[in-house]
Design a binder for this molecule. Structure first.
Ligand code: G3I
Length: 322
């Protein structure tokens, strides 16, 4: 009765999810035990990205995602698909295409294969990932450069054709506050909805820094929920400065981190259109943070021994209070 997914469900039928990598299902029983006992939503951290699923044209590798979907079915968890159109982890055979007609064909084939295979297995899918720059303009990537802004609508429509029941999201970071980027995302969302495009959700990635987590997450969420869109938190983690062995650098940052987890979970619970929160992995040794932000880490809920940390207990508390 203390499990995070149980408490999230009690706090208004939300899910409490996590990103995982499929190899951990095979060789890490402690990891699987926590996954199965605490979480009821799974996002493949890398397994569904284009370079993994279709590394060369027409050659699909579903082995990682198949394992994740089987695990989810075993425990009745939902799966969030991630992702189709992105500027990263997309193979050169795709990013080198310059002909719009050919790029659309390649996109359609990929969506038919990937989303078609899992059309009854995935509840949500981040179809378009990180499309905007900080100033709200479109990010340069093969999709925008070759197809223009219509690539977003095109990808959503292709996906909806194959999986009419799947909820389709645009997912991005730094939209958790009311700023140029989130305002541009709201304009884009309204435009898509006005064209009846199948857009159902805006994913708030929520990669935060202890002490700098936005105070106005609720206001930013309302920019989208007022349009009728769901606002899942999709990749929550709160990084802090750490010592050489991945411990909080001092008590101040540790306290800020705990407060920020509370604020983040409460923001979701405060909006009826937030279906749940997914954290981006749950144990510190498997987090992407230390590899990318030198000197930062300890961003998740469990330590290197897979013991729950104060961050775990504050998430529990926020769910109970919610
Ligand atoms: O699989 C290869 C392995 O074969 C190779 O030996 C090794 C050597 O570097 O690399 C492995 O690939 C790595 C991959 O993760 C799988 O572990 C890549 O180098 C590494 O860059 C990749 O990082 C992922 C990152 O996306 C890529 O942009 C992170 O795990 C993943 O957490 C991160 O997730 C993103 C979300 O998709 C979108 N939002 C931001 C978030 C954090 O960056």
């Amino acid at each position: 009765k203390d499990a995070l997914d149980y408490l999230a469900n009690k706090a208004g039928k939300r899910y409490l999810g996590t990103a995982i990598q499929s190899y951990q299902l095979v060789n890490n029983p402690q990891y699987v035990q926590i996954l199965e006992s605490q979480f009821d939503a799974i996002t493949p951290e890398n397994e569904m990205k284009w370079e993994v699923v279709e590394p060369t044209e027409g050659n699909f590798d579903f082995s990682g995602t198949d394992k994740i979907v089987a695990e989810a079915k075993k425990t009745g968890s939902i799966v969030r698909g991630h992702n189709i159109c992105w500027d990263s982890q997309t193979p050169a055979w795709v990013t080198s295409i310059t002909d719009p007609k050919r790029l659309k064909e390649v996109l359609k084939n990929h969506i038919d294969a990937v989303i078609g295979r899992y059309k009854d297995d995935l509840a949500y899918f981040d179809i378009v990932n990180e499309p905007l720059n900080e100033n709200g303009t479109y990010k340069s990537n093969v999709w925008y450069n070759v197809l223009g802004e219509s690539y977003i609508e095109t990808a959503l429509r292709y996906a909806h054709e194959v999986a009419p029941n799947m909820k389709l999201c645009i997912n991005d970071y730094n939209i958790e506050t009311v700023n140029a980027k989130s305002k541009a995302m709201a304009v884009l969302s309204a435009k898509l909805l006005a064209k009846n495009a199948p857009l159902h959700c805006i994913g708030f990635e929520s990669h935060f820094i202890g002490g700098s987590t936005p105070k106005d997450i609720p206001a930013s969420m309302r920019q989208f929920s007022d349009l009728g869109l769901e606002v899942p938190m999709t990749e929550l983690d709160v990084r802090i400065p750490v010592t050489a062995n991945d411990q909080p650098a001092n008590a101040t940052v540790a306290k800020a981190q705990v407060d920020d987890y509370y604020t983040s979970i409460s923001a979701c619970l405060g909006n009826d259109m937030c279906p749940g929160v997914s954290i981006w992995q749950f144990a510190d040794p498997t987090s992407w943070i230390p590899g990318v932000f030198k000197g930062y880490g300890a961003a998740l809920l469990y330590d290197a021994e897979y013991q729950p940390k104060s961050t775990y207990y504050v998430v529990q508390q926020a769910l109970r209070d919610g």
